[in-house]
Design a protein around this ligand. Structure first.
Ligand code: 9UX
Length: 72
């Protein structure tokens, strides 16, 4: 079944930052949806836990160049 994770993402300063985070997360296996809000420094991700987990998603966001913390 589906799970939801919300991350605080620091360092995004324009809409293209959010776009690159969304694109990278959506490339992972097991992602249902990723929505990144640059104004509120949030990334909300729906995923299938048998394919991917919160830590892999968090590290993927960091690999794009932003500090990410799981908040929910
Ligand atoms: Mo905007 Mo973000 O020009 O990494 S893309 S600041």
């Amino acid at each position: 079944s589906e799970a939801k994770a919300v991350f605080c993402v620091l360092g995004m300063t324009c809409a293209a930052c959010a776009g690159s985070v969304e694109k990278a997360v959506k490339r992972l296996p097991g992602i249902r949806e990723a929505v990144v809000d640059v104004l509120n420094n949030k990334a909300q991700v729906l995923f299938y836990p048998s394919f991917v987990n919160e830590e892999t998603i968090r590290e993927t966001i960091e690999d794009v160049g932003f500090e990410a913390t799981l908040i929910q």
